[in-house]
Design a protein around this ligand. Structure first.
Ligand SMILES: *[C@@H]1O[C@H](CO)[C@@H](O)[C@H](O)[C@H]1NC(C)=O
Ligand SMILES: *[C@@H]1O[C@H](CO)[C@@H](O)[C@H](O)[C@H]1NC(C)=O
Length: 229
C-alpha cells in the first residue's frame, strides 16, 4: 500500500520519535549552560541551496546519531531576508522563499520538533517546487499524517509576525550572519559541515554519558580553528 517514498518518511518518523529529546522547547537558551544539554541553532533560508543541502545531507544524518539525545535543536528560517519599515519581509530568493520560511516557522511553532523536522526535510526535499505552492507542504502533511489545519491557520493569522520575529532573532546574532546556513553550537559559530557539527557537539557536552558518535569522529583531535572566536 505504501510507496517507497511514504515508507521512507514513516520510518523517519519512528526514528525521530526514538532519538529526539522530547523535552525540547522553542526558546533559545544557550546562555543558560546546562551540563546535560548542547544547544544547536540553525539560521537558514528555505530556498537557499546550501540550506537545503545542510538539511538533507547533514542534519538528516546527524539526528540519527546517539549523541542527538543530549542536543536541543533550534531552527530559525529567515537568513538574509530584510524586514521593511512597513513590516513587509523581502526574501533573498523572492516571495516563494518568504512563503516557505513562514510555513516552516509555523510547523516549528505547531508540532513537536521531531515532527516539524520531518516536515521540513520533506519540504526541502521537494523544493524548488514547480507546482502550486500549497500543494507541496500539504503533500508533506499527508505523508507524515500531520493535520494541515494548524499550519494554514498559523500562516494566515500570524505568519508574517512569526517571520519578523525570526528576523529580529537573526539580526541580533553576534557576530552577524554573513551566509546561510549559519550554525551555532552553544552560541559559537561552527562550519555547517557534518564532521564539524559532530565534533563541536561532542566537545561542548560536559556530562557523564559517552557516545559512539563522539568516539567515531575522533573528537580528541578536533582542530581549534574556528572562523569566529
Ligand atoms: C512596503 O514597502 C515596500 C518597499 O518600501 C513596498 O514595496 C511594499 O509595497 C510596501 N507594502 C505595503 C503593504 O505597504
Ligand atoms: C590525533 O592526533 C595525533 C597527533 O596529532 C595522532 O598521533 C593521533 O593518531 C590522532 N588520533 C586520532 C584518533 O586521529
Amino acid at each position: 500500500m505504501s510507496s517507497p517514498t511514504s515508507f521512507r518518511f514513516l520510518s523517519l518518523i519512528s526514528l525521530l520519535l526514538i532519538i529526539i529529546n522530547p523535552s525540547q522547547s522553542h526558546s533559545s537558551e544557550f546562555n543558560r549552560r546546562n551540563n546535560g544539554v548542547v544547544y544547536v541553532s540553525l539560521y537558514y533560508e528555505s530556498l537557499c541551496p546550501y540550506s537545503k543541502d545542510f538539511f538533507l545531507n547533514v542534519l538528516e544524518n546527524f539526528i540519527k546519531l546517539d549523541v542527538m539525545s543530549i542536543v536541543h535543536l533550534h531552527l530559525v528560517p529567515y537568513g538574509n531576508a530584510l524586514t521593511m519599515a512597513n513590516g513587509t519581509v523581502s526574501c533573498q530568493h523572492g516571495p516563494d522563499e518568504c512563503y516557505y520560511n513562514t510555513i516552516e516557522a509555523c510547523a516549528l511553532k505547531t508540532y513537536p520538533m521531531r515532527f516539524s523536522l520531518a516536515f521540513i526535510f520533506c519540504i526541502e526535499n521537494g523544493l524548488p517546487a514547480t507546482s502550486k505552492k500549497p500543494s507541496l507542504w500539504r503533500t508533506c502533511c499527508n505523508r507524515l499524517r500531520l493535520n494541515p489545519k494548524p499550519i494554514k491557520n498559523c500562516y494566515s493569522r500570524h505568519g508574517n509576525q512569526l517571520h519578523r520575529h525570526n528576523g529580529r532573532e537573526t539580526n541580533w546574532l553576534n557576530p552577524p550572519l554573513t551566509h546561510t546556513p549559519w550554525l551555532l553550537v552553544n552560541g559559537q559559530y561552527v562550519n555547517a559541515d557534518f564532521g564539524d557539527l559532530v565534533k563541536s557537539v561532542c566537545n561542548a557536552y560536559k556530562g557523564p554519558l559517552r557516545f559512539r558518535a563522539c568516539k567515531r569522529w575522533k573528537v580528541e583531535n578536533m582542530s581549534n580553528k574556528r572562523v569566529f572566536p
